[in-house]
Design a protein around this ligand. Structure first.
Ligand SMILES: *Cc1c(COP(=O)(O)O)cnc(C)c1O
Length: 239
């Protein structure tokens, strides 16, 4: 990414591409939310994006997010951060103090821990169920039966502090557009099948699409795209 292109410019480019993809697929303007994935980028980058009007952010690791976001959110309560990476149970306690949503729920035990910690703080939190649709990716529920069991527990009222808002997936890391599209279609069809079975749960969000594939995801029904590199540039994993 060219150094003289700013985060502000990148955001504008992405917003335009989102608008075009919405139009192309006959979806209402503004039906797709943009998350800026700021993992491995410093607070200054988050502030720059915020000053360009970006309010929703995503982070993978609780420790890193907890160093950047609580102070920013205290200053700017309209700003929010979702956890999108695989989450260990022992990190839940910290995560729920500042994250407004956990998108990477992949097991019943995690729901139980989120409920336990949220009950202690008397706060509610949004979650998404992450479903495994791409061969190479390791994260998410791999079995529809397990996923259904978790949703059923929510529907039964077992987790009064948890609001299940929908589903998340990661497409396989491949250039093959057919495979990427197939992964998004799988998630959309799963959500279309499950939603009517749980009419009392919101389950409206479809979080899919990243820098390389968000336009395909929008064509396949994404309501929230998670874009990192195309906004902030390449990540430096050596830090
Ligand atoms: C890192 C990450 C993203 C953003 O990826 P880019 O390719 O940089 O846009 C999106 N979703 C998840 C779950 C991620 O871990």
């Amino acid at each position: 990414m060219s150094a003289n292109i700013s985060i502000k410019d990148n955001l504008e480019i992405i917003r335009n591409k989102i608008a075009q993809a919405e139009k192309k697929s006959g979806r209402p303007q503004g039906s797709v939310k943009l998350m800026a994935v700021s993992k491995f980028h410093p607070s200054e980058a988050v502030v720059e994006a915020f000053e360009a009007g970006q309010l929703l952010f995503g982070e993978n690791r609780v420790q890193e997010a907890s160093e950047k976001f609580p102070s920013l959110i205290a200053l700017h309560p309209e700003l929010s951060v979702h956890m999108i990476g695989q989450l260990q149970s022992n990190k839940v306690k910290k995560a729920i103090t500042f994250a407004s949503c956990i998108q990477s729920v992949d097991r019943l035990e995690l729901l139980q821990e989120i409920e336990k910690q949220c009950a202690k703080l008397d706060r509610k939190i949004n979650i998404l169920f992450e479903y495994h649709t791409g061969e190479e990716s390791k994260s998410g529920y791999t079995s529809e039966a397990e996923l259904c069991k978790s949703i059923e527990e929510c529907a039964k009222g077992s987790f009064p502090h948890i609001i299940p808002c929908g589903f998340m997936t990661m497409a396989p890391f491949t250039e093959d557009e057919k495979l990427i599209r197939k992964s998004f279609i799988t998630l959309r069809e799963l959500s279309q099948k499950l939603k009517p079975q749980f009419p009392d749960l919101p389950l409206t969000e479809l979080s899919m699409g990243m820098s390389g594939d968000f336009e395909i995801a929008i064509e396949e029904g994404s309501t929230l795209v998670r874009v990192g590199t195309a906004i902030f540039g390449e990540r430096d994993y050596s830090k």
